[in-house]
Design a binder for this molecule. Structure first.
Ligand code: NAD
Length: 240
């Protein structure tokens, strides 16, 4: 029997990158999966639902469609994210609002919509995606605030939903090869390969992360093996 047989997972940002790898991991281990995103790579598995996570109506409709088509909802993973990096004196209101809306409002809306079904079903698992940037990162005032906020949301959701047998944890990746880090390399003006090599050199394990390195930890936290883990932030960064 596969680890997620009979389980239903809903992954925001599941159209590419870490979210897509998470969708693939759940699908490979028996789950029925929905990828909710604005756009989808050609090889995304499961049910694809075009969803803007900043829209309450869109998130509620995507969760409702998942419950309707897959027969319930057991697992939520919130990977949808954007960056709008700039130093504080150049950061615009729009940069601030877009990042806060996508990460914080998006995570709030998905968690709120998902918990209704999890509570009804007698339990569930949530994994929210933060970042090492929550600890502070030059040029990411908006993103650092959002990712630190997600850690606070994780702990609060774990406290509120624990009595309903819902585990809520947070994964905070370091440098992962994806469109997001490619975008950063473009902004800084160095080739992506050089950017990745520099990041690998600064990582104790001597390599950068791949989306699958994050997906495997998310899957562990959503599995029965992590049933007594809740409210935790797990840094997945190839080092301390
Ligand atoms: P990515 O850009 O490949 O994936 C992000 C996905 O989120 C995209 O598919 C995008 O379309 C989707 N998205 C953005 N806004 C959305 C919206 N309003 N509604 C629905 N979907 C939306 O980047 P990634 O590296 O796979 O990032 C996944 C998550 O991991 C993000 O939350 C990111 O902040 C976080 N993270 C990434 C890294 C890294 O190094 N790549 C490190 C730490 C944390």
């Amino acid at each position: 029997m596969a680890r997620f047989d009979g389980k239903v997972a809903f992954v925001t940002g599941g159209g590419r990158g870490i979210g897509k790898a998470t969708v693939a991991r759940f699908a490979a281990e028996g789950a029925k999966v929905t990828a909710a995103d604005l756009a989808f790579d050609a090889d995304v598995q499961g049910l694809q639902v075009e969803t803007d996570v900043t829209s309450r109506a869109a998130v509620e409709a995507a969760v409702a469609q998942t419950v309707e088509e897959h027969g319930g909802l057991d697992i939520l993973v919130t990977c949808a994210g954007i960056i709008r990096d700039n130093l504080v004196h150049k950061l615009t209101d729009d940069d601030w609002d877009a990042v806060i809306a996508t990460h914080l409002r998006g995570t709030f809306l998905a968690a709120q919509a998902a918990q209704r079904h999890m509570v009804e079903r007698g339990g569930g698992k949530m994994v929210l995606i933060s970042s090492t940037s929550a600890l502070g990162n030059r040029g990411q005032l908006n993103y650092a605030a959002a990712k630190a906020g997600i850690q606070g949301m994780t702990k609060t959701l774990a406290i509120e939903l624990g009595r309903f047998n819902v585990n809520v944890n947070c994964v905070a990746p370091g440098f992962v090869s994806s469109a997001m880090t490619q975008q950063t390399a473009e902004r800084i003006g160095i080739p992506f390969e050089d950017f990745q090599r520099l990041a690998a050199e600064q990582t104790p394990l001597g390599r950068i992360g791949e989306p699958e390195d994050i997906a495997s930890v998310i899957a562990f936290l959503c599995s029965g093996d992590a049933s007594y883990v809740s409210g935790q932030v797990i840094y997945v960064r190839g080092g301390p």
